[in-house]
Design a protein around this ligand. Structure first.
Ligand SMILES: [Zn+2]
Length: 288
C-alpha cells in the first residue's frame, strides 16, 4: 500500500493492543428534534451517561489538535485515547454538552460554520431544522475558556466536492480567516461538511494552513490514518449504551481503510458526476 508523505509523517504509537483511536462525531445534544433529524440529536441525559461510561472505561479524551500533534511528534499517547468532536456549532452545545464535559474535565473539538455563527442552521431546512440556533461569538469564547478546541466546518456548509475547486478553496480559506479574526486564535483543524472530501480538497486544506482535517467514514481511525482525512464514527440517538461501549473498544466497527475503498469512493464519484449534470443535488446521504 503506498502512502502519501503526510501519512508517513505520522508515527505509530507504542500502544499495540488497540486497533486505533475512536474519534466520535456528535451533532446536536438536545431533547427536541424533527423526526428526520432525530438520529443526530442526542438526549442530554444519554450524553452524560455516555461520558460517564467513557471515563469508567479509562479513556482519556483529546481534542483533534492534541491527538494529531501527539501522533506527529511520536510522543506516547494516553493509554486509552478517544477524540470527541461536535459538528455544526449548535447553541445546545453550550447549554447541554459543555457543562457535562467541563465537570468531567473532558476535552473536545467543536467545528463551526463561519457564515452562520450567531444565526440559524439554514442548511438543515430540508430536515425541518432550518431554525436550529447556532452559537454566537461570546459563547464560543466561553467554550474556548473551558478547553474546547474550535475548528472550521467550512464557510457555508456546502458540499465542497461538488463545487468548482476555486469556490471550495474559498470556503476553506475564508472560514479559517473569519474564525481567526473574530476569535483571536489560530484555527488548526477542519471538518469536511457532510464528510465529503477528495484529493483536491485535502490539498486545499493543507494549502490553507490547517494541520488536520476530519472526514466521517464511520470507522475507527487506525494508527497511521491520514491526518487530513481522519476517520470518525457518528454517534446517533438510536445507539444503546452497550453498543456505545463496544464502539469505544472498536468492537463491531470496521477500521477505516477497507471501508473507504469499498463504499464511499464509489458514492462520491457518483455524486460528483450527478452534480455536474444537474445543478442541484438531492440532500446529502448520511451526514446532515
Ligand atoms: Zn455539518
Amino acid at each position: 500500500v503506498s502512502k502519501t508523505s503526510a501519512q508517513q509523517g505520522v508515527n505509530r504509537p507504542r500502544t499495540e493492543s488497540l486497533p486505533g483511536v475512536p474519534i466520535l462525531l456528535y451533532h446536536s445534544v438536545s431533547e427536541t428534534a424533527t423526526p428526520a433529524y432525530r438520529p443526530f440529536a442526542i438526549d442530554p441525559e444519554t450524553f452524560a451517561l455516555q461520558m460517564d461510561v467513557l471515563i469508567a472505561s479509562g479513556r482519556t479524551a483529546l481534542t483533534v489538535g492534541q491527538y494529531v500533534s501527539l501522533l506527529r511528534s511520536g510522543a506516547e499517547l494516553p493509554e486509552r485515547p478517544v477524540v470527541l468532536t461536535f459538528d455544526d456549532g449548535f447553541r445546545d452545545f453550550r447549554e447541554f454538552a459543555l457543562p457535562v464535559l467541563a465537570v468531567r474535565e473532558l476535552r473536545a473539538t467543536l467545528y463551526l460554520v463561519s457564515v452562520y455563527i450567531e444565526e440559524k442552521a439554514r442548511w438543515l431546512e430540508g430536515l425541518g431544522e432550518g431554525d436550529r440556533e447556532l452559537l454566537g461569538w461570546k459563547e464560543l469564547c466561553e467554550c474556548q475558556a473551558y478547553g474546547i478546541e474550535l475548528g472550521s466546518h467550512g464557510h457555508s456548509h456546502s458540499e465542497l466536492d461538488t463545487l468548482p475547486l476555486v469556490e471550495a478553496q474559498e470556503e476553506i480559506v475564508l472560514s479559517k480567516h473569519i474564525l481567526e479574526e473574530s476569535l483571536g486564535t489560530e484555527i488548526g483543524t477542519f471538518a469536511y461538511p457532510h464528510g465529503y472530501h477528495d484529493r483536491r480538497l485535502r490539498a486545499a486544506v493543507i494549502a490553507a494552513g490547517y494541520t488536520s482535517a476530519c472526514a466521517v467514514k464511520n470507522a475507527v481511525s487506525p494508527f497511521g490514518d491520514d491526518p487530513f482525512a481522519l476517520a470518525r464514527i457518528t454517534v446517533t440517538s438510536d445507539l444503546s449504551l452497550d453498543r456505545f461501549c463496544d464502539l469505544l473498544d472498536g468492537r463491531g466497527v470496521p477500521r477505516a481503510w477497507q471501508r473507504e475503498r469499498l463504499a464511499t469512493r464509489a458514492w462520491r464519484i457518483y455524486r460528483r458526476t450527478r452534480a455536474r449534470r444537474h445543478h442541484r443535488l438531492e440532500p446529502a446521504a448520511g451526514q446532515p
